[in-house]
Design a binder for this molecule. Structure first.
Ligand code: ATP
Length: 236
């Protein structure tokens, strides 16, 4: 990638034991950009995010952030490099308040809850409420706000839309773009709602059976739906 690429993945292969799930993943993305990773169920999207966040060791290949290579299969090293994952189950502490969830995530960072509440006013008014009492959309917002407490340089969002009504997903999606622009992080967005994802992404990669079958600008894909259709069909 070029000097301005913040996240560079080169030949990443990932899977479980000797099962290959992601066969070859290459990406170079500048800070402030949103990369949508699309593809049918079982394509390997979650496996890819878990690998980028160090939870699952890559079988080969490398990941670097800001020119520094992240040690393979070490979540703490990925986290030090600024890679933060929001898993599809959101992993909130449902019995803790909104504010406590944010504080618990801060770690060594000096971020304040005020910053989070400025960014997400809907959470500010619920700061003393247990996270489990928030609506699904608010819980997802909290999961993202919590990730931002760690000042990510690479934010991995796994199916934000999981369990949410499409209308709520539509409301949440602009937040993704805003976060990328405001923080300068690379946001990798795994999403089933292809059309909503393309509205906020700069670039889209389609994975089918662990293979990248399409890699284009979001604008190109939005303008020509047949590209996506044939990618989904051709790869299966
Ligand atoms: P979905 O949208 O359904 O979550 P996905 O694109 O995120 O799909 P993955 O969850 O990464 O796909 O799954 C890819 C493949 O890896 C699937 O065939 C799945 O069965 C397999 N897989 C996932 N987790 C494991 C695991 N812990 N051990 C073995 N195989 C697994």
């Amino acid at each position: 990638g070029s000097a301005e690429d913040l996240l560079v993945c080169t030949g990443v292969k990932a899977g479980y034991g000797n099962i290959e799930v992601v066969r070859q993943f290459d990406l170079a993305a500048p800070g402030g950009s949103v990369v949508a990773v699309l593809g049918p169920n079982g394509a390997g999207k979650t496996t890819l995010l878990n690998t980028l966040s160090g939870l699952l060791p890559a079988q080969s290949g490398s990941v670097s952030v800001g020119g520094l290579t992240v040690k393979n299969g070490r979540p703490a090293d990925a986290s030090d490099a600024g890679i933060v994952l929001v898993p599809d189950d959101r992993a909130l502490f449902t019995a803790l308040t909104v504010e406590e969830n944010l504080l618990a995530a801060r770690g060594r960072h000096r971020t304040t809850v005020d910053g989070a509440f400025d960014r997400f006013p809907a959470l500010a008014v619920r700061r003393k409420l247990a996270a489990g009492h928030l609506s699904g959309g608010e819980q997802q917002m909290l999961a993202v706000a919590r990730a931002l407490m760690q000042e990510p340089r690479v934010l991995l969002l796994d199916e934000m839309s999981m369990g949410l009504a499409p209308i709520i997903v539509e409301e949440l999606m602009p937040m993704v773009r805003r976060v990328a622009k405001d923080t300068g992080a690379v946001v990798v967005l795994v999403e089933q709602h292809v059309h909503l994802a393309l509205e906020v992404a700069d670039r889209a990669i389609v994975l089918v059976h662990g293979e990248v079958v399409l890699d284009r600008t979001a604008a190109e894909l939005a303008a020509d739906p047949t590209l996506l259709e044939s990618a989904y069909l051709g790869g299966s």
